[in-house]
Design a protein around this ligand. Structure first.
Ligand SMILES: NC(=O)c1ccc[n+]([C@@H]2O[C@H](COP(=O)([O-])OP(=O)(O)OC[C@H]3O[C@@H](n4cnc5c(N)ncnc54)[C@H](OP(=O)(O)O)[C@@H]3O)[C@@H](O)[C@H]2O)c1
Length: 159
């Protein structure tokens, strides 16, 4: 199983503020949708509540110690049980937030990072990782709502 992380970050690894995204980049949301469609997506409780409802055409897996009474999601209280549940999948996507990225960063095979050429105030940040352990491919780039960005795929080459 390929463990992929997907995130959008600013120049200082900014991820979010007040349990919401910072930048409004519709084409990045489209990239996120196309990349994760028909796959299992794993997220923390805060990220799930920031989405408001489960994302369509993906199995929504929420890691939490809290009981969440919402249809269309599966919950686990730790990442190992969530990974066991996904074991027959070809590729799964870890979609955040900061606490979840931190727990997966060392075991991720791929990191789809939208790198936004801007800075902002934030209260959650993407974890630092050693880019030397990854090959780097630019999947695309764009400019929208006043910011430019690149979709970068980091693929692990060193264990
Ligand atoms: N820029 C991006 O690409 C991106 C992507 C996703 C999210 N975000 C942003 O990130 C922020 C949310 O991130 P966050 O770090 O605050 O929250 P989060 O990682 O989404 O969720 C944290 C919660 O998940 C549960 N959890 C995490 N690890 C667990 C474990 N091992 N076992 C049991 N429960 C666990 C805990 O909830 P319980 O207390 O219920 O156990 C914890 O309080 C928002 O601002 C959001 O917009 C940005």
């Amino acid at each position: 199983m390929i463990i992929s992380i997907i995130a959008a970050v600013g120049l200082n690894n900014e991820l979010g503020k007040n349990n919401d995204l910072i930048w409004n980049i519709p084409s990045d949301l489209k990239f996120f949708k196309n990349t994760t469609l028909n796959h299992n997506i794993l997220m923390g409780k805060n990220t799930f509540f920031s989405l408001k409802k489960p994302l369509k055409n993906r199995k929504n897996i929420v890691i939490t110690d809290t009981e969440i009474d919402v249809e269309g999601i599966v919950t686990f209280s730790n990442i190992n049980d969530a990974l066991e549940y996904c074991k027959n999948e070809k590729e799964i996507f870890v979609i955040g937030g900061a606490t979840i990225y931190k727990q997966f960063i060392d075991i991720a095979d791929k990191i789809y990072l939208t790198e936004i050429n801007d800075t902002a105030e934030a209260d959650v940040f993407f974890p630092i990782f050693n880019k030397n352990n990854f090959s780097i491919e630019v999947l695309g780039e764009g400019h929208e709502n006043g910011v430019s960005f690149k979709h970068i795929l980091y693929t692990k080459v060193i264990e």
